[in-house]
Design a protein around this ligand. Structure first.
Ligand code: SAH
Length: 387
């Protein structure tokens, strides 16, 4: 039995032929029915390809191949290609990285992160079970692992063992030689925010002799790089008390004196307001907030939040000091984010002199045909008084 066939509107031909991997539900004939995970042979004008059907999400079809129905061997080849690219990232100093970045690695909806000897699979659509099994087989065949686990989609969902041994609750990994614990079961994302690896190293290179404020610090990854880079003092701020305990532990793990630094459990906005009132400033401020918009409807709200946050951040940056501002909201483009920084500077009565712009590292690749995959922005600039 071959894959069911589905005729899509002709106007999708151009985008699909160019390699765009998504078909939105609005563009699927209403009478089409299948269970999630069904491979469908789709056609749009002269385009044809094999796509995975998702009965629930806004993205109804994810195109896998124009040539063949995905099979174990086809998936293994994608996994191998992705592994080859990760040679740019993995080293004796770095053993936590993203092995598969869904669309960016030609395996839509599937993410695999590596933490030392463990791999964590996360699925972003229904019906990917069979493909996930093939992925797991390919991971094992490609490198020596101690275990493979699956992370549930809901927050707080348990980790399930796919193969091998479960990871310890406190797994220590390294990022450019900085050691950190990753809690694959209860941590955010799959444990750590791996996407800022190069940005954290860059912050480390700027930190010598500076007093540093790390906002939304989570388990202190930016703080650790700053401290190792020679910061005289680092203040980490996050609302999550557990993350703060982990941050302190991570300092010790790296032979850094945790008592010489501040770990503040607080709301970032309140902390900034307080510092501004008291005229407390830092020489280097890092701001890496959670996504401010989960969907397009919240885009305006997100833009306003970035303006407010970074205006405050600029006001507590010492004259001539540096602000590193990040955004992981895919609904906010790099240009739109830069625009919020311009507005923030105006509001704070400062000038923001950009010295560095970056995005995602090599283990979060994006196809030119799918710029939606480009979600991370990281902008560093000098904060100067108004002219
Ligand atoms: N910079 C971190 C990742 C940040 S994730 C790293 O490099 O690992 C975002 C963090 O923001 C989470 O830890 C969350 O607890 C925290 N957070 C969210 N809203 C907050 C708020 N209003 N005030 C303080 N922390 C907040």
């Amino acid at each position: 039995m071959g894959a069911p066939e589905l005729e899509l509107p002709r106007f999708l031909e151009a985008a699909l032929s160019a390699g765009h991997p998504w078909v939105y539900r609005d563009h699927v004939p209403r009478d089409f029915q299948a269970s999630s995970g069904t491979v469908v042979r789709i056609h749009a004008g002269a385009f044809s390809g094999f796509a995975l059907w998702d009965a629930e999400s806004q993205i109804a079809l994810r195109v896998y191949s124009t040539r063949e129905e995905p099979s174990a061997a086809w998936v293994a080849e994608r996994v191998r290609q992705a592994w080859e690219l990760r040679a740019l990232v993995r080293s004796s100093d770095t053993d936590a990285f993203r092995w598969l970045f869904g669309e960016g690695d030609g395996l839509p909806g599937i993410v695999v992160d590596v933490y030392g000897k463990w791999a964590v699979i996360a699925l972003y659509a229904d019906g990917l079970e069979r493909i996930a099994d093939w992925v797991a087989d390919a991971l094992r065949a490609t490198t020596d692992l101690a275990g493979i686990v699956r992370r549930g989609r809901e927050a707080g969902a348990r980790l399930s063992l796919v193969w091998g041994r479960k990871p310890p609750a406190e797994l220590v990994v390294a990022e450019h030689g900085v050691r950190m614990t990753a809690d694959l079961e209860l941590g955010q994302k799959t444990g750590l925010f791996l996407d800022h690896r190069e940005n954290r190293r860059f912050v480390g290179s700027l930190a010598a002799g500076r007093r540093v404020l790390n906002l939304f610090s989570y388990t202190g990854a930016f703080s650790l790089h700053a401290a190792r880079g020679g910061a005289t003092q680092v203040t980490s701020v996050d609302v999550a008390a557990g993350a703060m305990d982990a941050a302190r532990e991570n300092f010790r793990l790296n032979g850094l004196d945790a008592d010489a630094h501040d770990f503040v459990v607080a709301d970032v906005f309140e902390h900034l307001e307080h510092a501004r009132r008291k005229n407390i400033t830092w020489d280097l401020v890092i701001s890496d907030p959670p996504s401010f918009a989960r969907s397009k409807q919240h885009q305006k709200q997100a833009l306003r939040a970035y303006v407010k946050l970074n205006a405050l951040a600029m006001q507590v940056t010492a004259r001539g000091g540096l602000l590193a501002a990040a955004s992981c909201t895919s609904q906010v483009s790099p240009d739109a984010f830069l625009q919020t920084l311009a507005e923030a500077a105006a509001r704070a009565k400062r000038r923001f002199q950009i010295i560095h712009e970056a995005g995602q590292p090599a283990d979060h690749p994006v196809f030119a045909q799918h710029l939606e995959g480009r979600y991370l922005k990281f902008v560093v600039g000098r904060v100067l008084p108004a002219a």
